[in-house]
Design a protein around this ligand. Structure first.
Ligand SMILES: *Cc1c(COP(=O)(O)O)cnc(C)c1O
Length: 311
């Protein structure tokens, strides 16, 4: 409804400073509006932070199997990629801290990680942050925050920012808020970092509909709750089916799961022909896995039936 109401105003440029959405977010997150940078999806912000802090004289550290945008953003900035071997498909934060070089300017962390669904704990993150030099920016990508923030040992990045000003947190309206098509995400950082991000972003990088849609979504507590519940039930439905089919999977706290299917590319193609699009993971060097998103109950059931017949 908020987006539809914005149709009438499309002759005008959006508010380039996004006063209203930033104000709502600042209330919602209990941070100052000057700490917030908005992006055309959080993907835009990951690119921008690489553009700000990386060049051909510097390096970025990220984990093996981590979200593909980190190597892409690093490559676009002509910086060196330092890829740290994963441990149990997740981030090895001890090894990542040790991998930081003199020329390292950024570390990318996904918590939970896409595509593996793994997460690291509050204690692991604090130990990591204490080991990172202050001048190295740590980007904590919390795209799936809303699905897992209730886990007892899940770290609260925004609280840790108070003691670690080099920590930058990114989140999105694309996942639990169900607005992937609108393209809106945000970064919360020290105001000096936000100032740099705002200097390089395009002035109207978030459109009028996205601004009002995201703001309305923030106050739609019912939808968010529903989204979390559908995901909780969907993960349980998929997990128990994979168990009974003896399909190995990586335990996930996201809204997707990685399963081991043999030849991922072949299974991807066979499922495609049956009307199910999963994600093959060759690009992540996980050729034996595919990633499947949690859907509605009937969609999950349809996928499971097709998977059974394909396997
Ligand atoms: C989906 C995703 C994003 C980016 O999503 P946007 O739609 O660009 O906000 C960022 N990080 C991870 C780990 C994701 O899975």
């Amino acid at each position: 409804d908020a987006c539809a109401a914005a149709l009438d105003g499309l002759a005008l440029y959006p508010d380039s400073n996004a006063f209203e959405l930033k104000y709502s977010l600042s209330q919602h997150l209990d941070v100052s509006p000057e700490c917030i940078t908005l992006g055309n999806g959080s993907n835009n912000l990951l690119d921008l932070i690489a553009q700000v802090f990386l060049n051909d004289q510097s390096s970025a550290v990220f984990s093996e199997y981590a979200f593909v945008v980190y190597p892409l953003a690093t490559k676009i900035a002509n910086a060196t990629q330092i890829v740290v071997p994963a441990s149990d498909w997740g981030h090895d934060l001890t090894a990542m801290a040790a991998a930081i070089q003199d020329d390292t300017r950024l570390v990318f962390l996904a918590n939970p990680n896409n595509p593996t669904g793994t997460y690291f704990s509050h204690n692991e993150l604090v130990t990591f942050l204490d080991a990172v030099p202050e001048h190295v920016i740590v980007v904590l990508d919390e795209a799936y925050y809303e699905y897992c923030h209730n886990l007892a040992d899940y770290p609260d990045g925004l609280t840790l920012q108070k003691t670690h000003p080099n920590l930058v947190v990114s989140r999105t309206f694309s996942k639990a808020y169900g607005l992937a098509g609108l393209r809106v995400g945000y970064m919360v950082s020290h105001p000096d970092v936000a100032d740099l991000l705002n200097r390089v972003r395009a002035p109207f990088n978030v459109n009028s509909m996205a601004l009002v849609g995201a703001q309305a979504a923030l106050s739609d507590k019912m939808f968010l709750k529903d989204s979390q519940e559908v995901n909780r039930l969907g993960l349980a439905q998929l997990t128990s089916a994979f168990d009974s089919m003896s399909v190995p999977f990586i335990p996930s706290v996201g809204n997707f799961m990685c399963i081991e299917v043999g030849d991922g590319a072949v299974v991807y193609q066979a499922l495609l022909e049956k009307g199910v699009i999963v994600r093959p993971l060759n690009v992540y060097s996980m050729p034996r896995h595919v990633r499947v998103s949690v859907g509605l109950k009937d969609e999950n059931a349809f996928f499971l039936t097709q998977l059974k017949s394909v396997l």
